[in-house]
Design a protein around this ligand. Structure first.
Ligand SMILES: Nc1ncnc2c1ncn2[C@@H]1O[C@H](COP(=O)(O)OP(=O)(O)OP(=O)(O)O)[C@@H](O)[C@H]1O
Length: 262
């Protein structure tokens, strides 16, 4: 299945092996004098199975881009093509507080039409994959922030996603928990052959996780530069290679912030 969201520009260029194809994608919010151009002609192919990180200064259009890829919003111009199903995951886990951990995951399965017995079993398998087998009967407020994000990951997988869109999913977590979740996400990504598009402000996190880092410029958001990351996995966030790449990305971002006088 492919999802297509398009603006007034009709042409769609589809590339073999691309999980996501963005073709001259522009997005403007509002009209007239108060219009904000969030994205300007962004063209990008994300390969199936790729782990891509998007970084950029605040307000450069990262969340807008994820919303367009998820189909939550439509581009003003250009086209967005997604091969398969995309699931979006936010900084806050956005779980239903009155449902148990298992029921939160089962709900995603129910929405896909999975039968009662199968969804109970499947939810338990997914929660076991994120090491929450012992917490299936708890409610979200009984869990730590890191555990809630694990439930959110399991729920995203319950949507049978081919493309996982993550909007600063670990931004609110402490460094230690984030480090553990980096390892878990990396494992799940590899095991399931997922495509991940991961937005972060944290350049070290991007260098730790990505096959490719895309840096967006601000006002309007455009692709400024990309870094292919050839650091051998598994990686450590504090390794010299990750640190060196993080510094290079920071230099590009600082140049961009200076250009905007912020
Ligand atoms: N619904 C909206 N209506 C009007 N303007 C919007 C809307 N959503 C985003 N914008 C504007 O579009 C631009 C891009 O916003 P977006 O949230 O995509 O950036 P971002 O890079 O994700 O920011 P941050 O890193 O701070 O989360 C910003 O100038 C923002 O104010």
């Amino acid at each position: 299945m492919s999802i297509l969201a398009s603006g007034s520009r009709a042409a769609v260029v589809e590339h073999a092996g691309a999980a996501v194809t963005l073709d001259h994608v522009s997005k403007t919010y509002g009209h007239g004098k108060t219009a904000v151009q969030a994205l300007d002609r962004v063209t990008l192919d994300v390969t199936k199975g790729e782990f891509l990180c998007l970084v950029g200064a605040s307000g450069c259009g990262k969340s807008t881009l994820l919303n367009l890829i998820s189909g939550l919003d439509k581009p003003t111009d250009g086209s967005v093509r997604v091969q398969g199903r995309a699931a979006l995951m936010f900084q806050e886990s956005a779980l239903f507080p009155w449902l148990t951990v298992a029921a939160n995951v089962e709900l995603a399965l129910k929405l896909r039409g999975v039968g009662r017995r199968e969804r109970k079993q499947r939810a338990r398998e997914l929660l076991a994959a994120v090491h929450l087998d012992a917490f299936v009967g708890k409610r979200p407020h009984e869990l730590s922030g890191g555990m809630r994000q694990r439930v959110a990951i399991a729920r995203a997988f319950a949507q049978d996603a081919d493309v996982l869109l993550m909007d600063e999913p670990f931004g609110a977590l402490d460094a230690m928990t984030r480090d553990v979740l980096h390892g878990e996400l990396e494992r799940l990504w590899r095991e399931r052959g997922l495509t991940v598009i991961f937005v972060t402000h944290n350049v070290r996190e991007a260098a730790r996780l990505a096959d490719r880092v895309v840096v967006l410029s601000s006002r309007p958001g455009k692709i400024l530069t990309t870094f292919d990351v050839n650091i051998t996995r598994p990686r450590r966030i504090e390794s010299p290679e990750v640190s060196t790449l993080a510094s290079e990305i920071t230099d590009v971002l600082k140049g961009e912030v200076r250009r905007h006088g912020r």
